[in-house]
Design a protein around this ligand. Structure first.
Ligand code: NAI
Ligand code: 2OP
Length: 313
């Protein structure tokens, strides 16, 4: 157990995440911060009042000022606008970069030793802002997306084959956008490659559904985006860090030459432990996978270029 985990943004993802973290007792304190007056305080109190029933002793804190996150071990950023139907994640770039800048200045001051997990979209570009503004080592600033995208892929595969989700393993590489790369070759059921179990056209259908997984939920909700699977995905990452489990998970990380890329956040498999990103795993890619990854990287690069005009270097 660590001392404190903080969640910035007490909206759909942030509040659901705080509740899940509290129930897991991964830290003594879970702190929630939001700009809307009363909301983080009210949600934290409401969660505290469910603790006798669920049997957790996690202490919930809520506030509009950042003193509640002081000395956090881990800070998760979910502050920002979610997309609405017809919007892409990239449409959020401008507004969320400004919010991210303000949030990260506060994290830098109040929690200088924290590991920072970014959730706000467009994810890979927002990781850049977080790295720039906090100035923390890159192995302590990374983003959640691949766990979610892979979980969606795993869900659809389990459904197609009518097998337990627990036995489906999948990896999704690249940026958290429409050009993400679900890696079919590395996707297995109980160790059996899916190509041996499903016809090619069915696999392609599931890949497309995974790429559009976020939009599918937005189409249903209309006023916001997914939050149950996203918050569960963050919990898996946090648990691996707190318990030093060293799980290998797809995360958006700052690459320093791995996969032939430098200076960009891209979703790749990493080992997550107490020190944050402990190792980046380079998978051998086929020519087609490499080509798809390059397209995805190009999308991330374009967002980062746009950022340069907005965020001070
Ligand atoms: P939401 O609208 O329910 O919550 C966002 C919260 O951020 C609101 O409560 C708002 O008051 C707060 N906020 C806005 N400006 C703030 C500031 N300067 N400081 C502190 N709080 C501030 O949105 P939701 O659904 O929770 O999504 C949050 C973000 O996460 C969105 O950008 C969304 O696109 C992204 N997201 C990313 C996922 C991923 O896979 N990386 C998955 C799901 C959501
Ligand atoms: C998702 O994939 C909105 O990025 C978010 O659901």
């Amino acid at each position: 157990m660590v001392h404190k985990i903080s969640v910035i943004g007490a909206g759909n993802v942030g509040a659901t995440l705080a509740q899940r973290l509290a129930e897991k007792e991964l830290s003594k304190y879970v702190a929630l911060v939001d700009v809307v007056e009363g909301v983080p305080q009210g949600k934290a109190l409401d969660m505290q009042e469910s603790s006798p029933i669920y049997g957790y002793d996690t202490q919930m804190l809520g506030g509009n000022s950042y003193d509640v996150i002081r000395d956090s071990d881990i800070v998760i950023i979910t502050a920002g606008l979610p997309r609405k139907p017809g919007m892409s994640r990239d449409d959020l770039l401008d507004a969320n970069a400004k919010i991210m800048t303000q949030v990260c200045e506060n994290i830098k001051r109040e929690a200088p030793e924290a590991t920072v997990i970014v959730v706000s979209n467009p994810l890979d570009a927002m990781c850049h802002v977080a790295l720039q503004i906090t100035g923390f080592p890159d192995r302590r600033v990374f983003g959640m997306a691949g766990v979610l995208d892979a979980s969606r892929f795993r869900t659809f595969i389990a459904e197609a084959l009518d097998v337990s989700v627990e036995q489906v393993q999948a990896f999704v590489l690249g940026g958290h956008g429409d050009s993400m790369v679900p890696l079919v070759r590395y996707t297995t059921i109980a160790g059996i490659p899916i190509a041996d179990l499903l016809p090619h056209n069915k696999i392609e259908e599931l890949v497309t559904r995974t790429r559009n997984g976020g939009a599918e939920i937005v189409q249903f909700l209309k006023t916001g985006s997914a939050y149950y699977a996203p918050s569960a995905s963050v919990v898996e990452m946090v648990e691996s860090i707190v318990k030093d489990k060293k799980k290998v998970l797809p995360c958006s990380v700052y690459l320093n030459g791995e996969y032939g890329i430098s200076g960009l956040y891209v979703g790749v498999p990493v080992k997550l432990g107490r020190n944050g990103i402990e190792q980046v795993w380079e998978l051998p890619l086929s020519a087609q996978e490499r080509e798809e990854l390059n397209i995805s990287i190009e999308d991330v690069r374009q967002n980062v270029e746009k950022l340069k005009t907005m965020v001070p270097a």
